[in-house]
Design a protein around this ligand. Structure first.
Ligand SMILES: *Cc1c(COP(=O)(O)O)cnc(C)c1O
Length: 373
């Protein structure tokens, strides 16, 4: 794509992926695990040897994400957790990491276990105290998540980048590269669970890392580890992802509009105590979000309904359009009663996490109104 192409253009054209062999306007799916050599033993394509390292379908999906992110290099992984693990595996034993608390529970749980096994000092801090801790604690790596899941806490990426010399890794799953280009705000590595909004159809598990500093030592270690340890996304998943990302900017735009309207409606509702959404002026990260997110505030929000656990579960049980399932960022709206899933994390019993899809907003609001009634 032209270097000035906008995200909607990059995405719709899948960064120029076509099939030169057939003339197809979409790329072919190539599942081969190995690649031919000719009679003189030269590779038919010098960049294709074996599929753990080489796949056109993987490169096509990575190129779309690289351009959307404004990155120098992008790597896809078979899940978001595999991408996070690839970053942490670069840390030497006995190093120090600062990790934001109250983030995606799967990340916290894995990092705690990994750091304990590797004798890595793990400093967990709330989003509000991150900057101060970064200034006073010498660390090798800082890991933040913005907006965070399920509290929607918003962290000023640039202020953390300025406060620490450590490698700054940002999980921006809830923002997607459409709403926040984290590398432009000083992140060294941006990570997403592509399972969520990037794929957006709840049918591919994938993770992604991008950087502007592709010559950095840590990035070289990630590149080698992925190839040699084999955390590679399969060609079919990569092909599906390339297909899905053609509508990423459109989906994110509609989801953000729907989420904003639903958040405002619920905040004003008698049966609701509070709503956490970065797009609400009442949200304490709103000013940061306004500066850091462009074109909307994403699909994720959390609602505190009036009453106790049973009341919250009754509301969740009465919803008809919002499917009761974990995950977020898909075209279909989902709800989750977090306390049932992770009672040990101190999540309020009356919190309902909502992922808003691309349905008609009138239908979505009507569904909540009947459930809250
Ligand atoms: C889902 C999620 C992950 C993990 O991604 P998987 O693709 O499920 O492995 C990490 N961070 C956030 C914020 C997520 O929502």
């Amino acid at each position: 794509m032209n270097k000035d192409s906008k995200p909607a253009t990059i995405a719709a054209h899948a960064a120029g992926a076509i099939d030169p062999q057939s003339g197809g306007v979409v790329p072919a799916l190539q599942p081969s695990t190995t690649y031919l050599r000719d009679a003189d033993y030269a590779l038919v394509r010098s960049d294709n040897i074996y599929a753990r390292a080489d796949s056109d379908n993987l490169r096509q999906a990575e190129e779309v994400l690289r351009q959307l992110e404004g990155a120098a290099e992008t790597f896809l992984f078979p899940s978001g957790m595999a991408a996070i693990a690839a970053v942490f595996r670069t840390l030497p034993n006995s190093s120090t990491v600062i990790v934001q608390s109250g983030i995606y529970w799967g990340t916290t749980a894995w990092i705690r276990d990994f750091c304990a096994r590797r004798e890595i000092t793990l400093v967990e801090v709330d989003a509000d105290d991150l900057r101060a801790t970064c200034k006073t604690t010498k660390a090798d790596l800082v890991f933040i998540e913005t907006p965070s899941n399920p509290w929607l806490k918003t962290v000023d990426i640039q202020s953390i980048a300025d406060a620490s010399d450590a490698t700054l890794v940002v999980d921006a799953t809830a923002a997607t590269p459409i709403l926040t280009r984290c590398l432009d705000f000083g992140a060294d590595i941006v990570m997403h669970s592509a399972t969520k909004g990037i794929n957006g159809h709840s049918d591919v598990l994938a993770g992604v890392l991008s950087t502007k500093a592709k010559d950095a030592v840590i990035w070289g270690m990630i590149r080698d580890d992925r190839k040699m340890a084999g955390a590679i996304l399969g060609p079919f998943e990569a092909w599906m992802l390339t297909r899905a990302m053609r509508t990423l900017p459109l989906r994110v735009e509609r989801m953000s509009q729907n989420a904003q309207a639903l958040a405002e409606h619920l905040l004003a509702h008698m049966a609701v105590d509070d709503v956490f959404y970065p797009g609400l002026p009442s949200h304490n990260g709103h000013q940061t979000a306004k500066h850091q997110m462009t074109g909307g505030y994403g699909s994720l929000l959390s609602v505190l309904v009036k009453g106790d656990k049973d009341d919250a579960l009754r509301v969740v049980g009465k919803l008809q359009l919002f499917l009761r399932a974990t995950s977020l960022g898909g075209v279909e709206s989902l709800v989750e009663h977090r306390h049932t899933i992770e009672p040990h994390t101190g999540i309020p019993e009356n919190l309902i996490r909502v992922s808003v899809g691309i349905e008609d907003i009138g239908d979505l609001i009507a569904d909540w109104d009947q459930a809250l009634a």
